[in-house]
Ligand binder design. Sequence first.
Ligand SMILES: [Mg+2]
Length: 404
Amino acid sequence: MNISRKRFLRTLGFGTILGSLPQSGLLHSEAMQQARAAARGMKIKEIEIFHYDIPLIEPFTIAIGTMYAANNVLVRIRTDSGIVGLGEACPFTPITGDTQDTSIAAAKDLRTIAVGKDPLAVESLIKQFGALAHTNPSTVAAFDMALYDILGKVASLPLYRLFGGDRSSFETDITVSLDTTEKMIRSAKEFASRGYKTIKIKVGTDPDVDVERLQSMREAVGPNLNFRIDANQGWTVAQAIYALKRMEPVRIQFVEQPVHRSDLAGMKRVRDESPIPVMADESLFLPADAIQLIRADACDYFNIKLTKAAGIFNSIKIAHIADAANIRCMLGCMIDSRLALTAAAHVVAAHGNITFADLDGNIEHTVDPVIGGMIVKEGIITLPEGPGLGVDVDPAFLKRMKKV
Ligand SMILES: [Mg+2]
């Protein structure tokens, strides 16, 4: 029997809907027509790459290295219809292995791939970037966030709304980097006085020193400040189990990456014996790593970073994988400016399974060249309501940066 499409839809009950849509209604309004015309056939016209250098007030030290400046890379993608998307790469050499130089080299290759392509076809472009997601994840992340910025601007929605999220503000912690116990206590007290409810403390040195330091810090700041700790792979399995058992009375939410990133069996042993939950950070870059961690039963939580996951696209994938495995996530950062931090904050706001945030990458930056973007007050991040990422970079600052 032949049946027309219209009749078929009517049999499904769509007749009333079809019949009630006026030709001059919302779907045919001028605004909608313009939006469709803008999106149809859009091409990437130009991509600018900048050195994005921000000096630090104090060097940032973790168990496996020190960063003396934020030598980041800024990417500005312009479409043929004049829409501009911004992205930031934050190569954190001790963890990601890339540098500003390798990021710029990768960015040039990505530019060659992307120019002339449809900026809204984010998935397709990420696929074309291929294995650069493994070698230069932070550079791919910069392109990825610039593409999402364009997508949000075309849709006239802030990114978190485009992803279906509904919470425009949430808590972040703030990090106490490795230093003398006295200096670390001073930082913790200062952060508490600024209204932060949670601090993340770097550990992963001599286990006895770490334990005694945490005991002194708890004594100095009292019981109400939440503690998280991050060993950045600094301990052996035996050291981790020893230290974490001794740290139990200090009351700690979780420990990030107690042992080497490749030792998933060791992570599981720590998890089995530790009274403190274990979060994977350096063991987790791309979505396939999330699967490996779940298979190995190696952790309680994931720390997702745009810089490791090569951007928003993969970060969301990891959040979904984690959700299905009943693993809650944190969104973390490197020493990003408020540009990449805002991109990460949109991802937090979009996903109920991301229950922790550690978006404080710019605390040691001497300047904040970002206009708009997320704001942090007393440990609470609030997202901008402008379309896309809702950020811009001060043109005067950018003028001083070297363009590639
Ligand atoms: Mg970490």
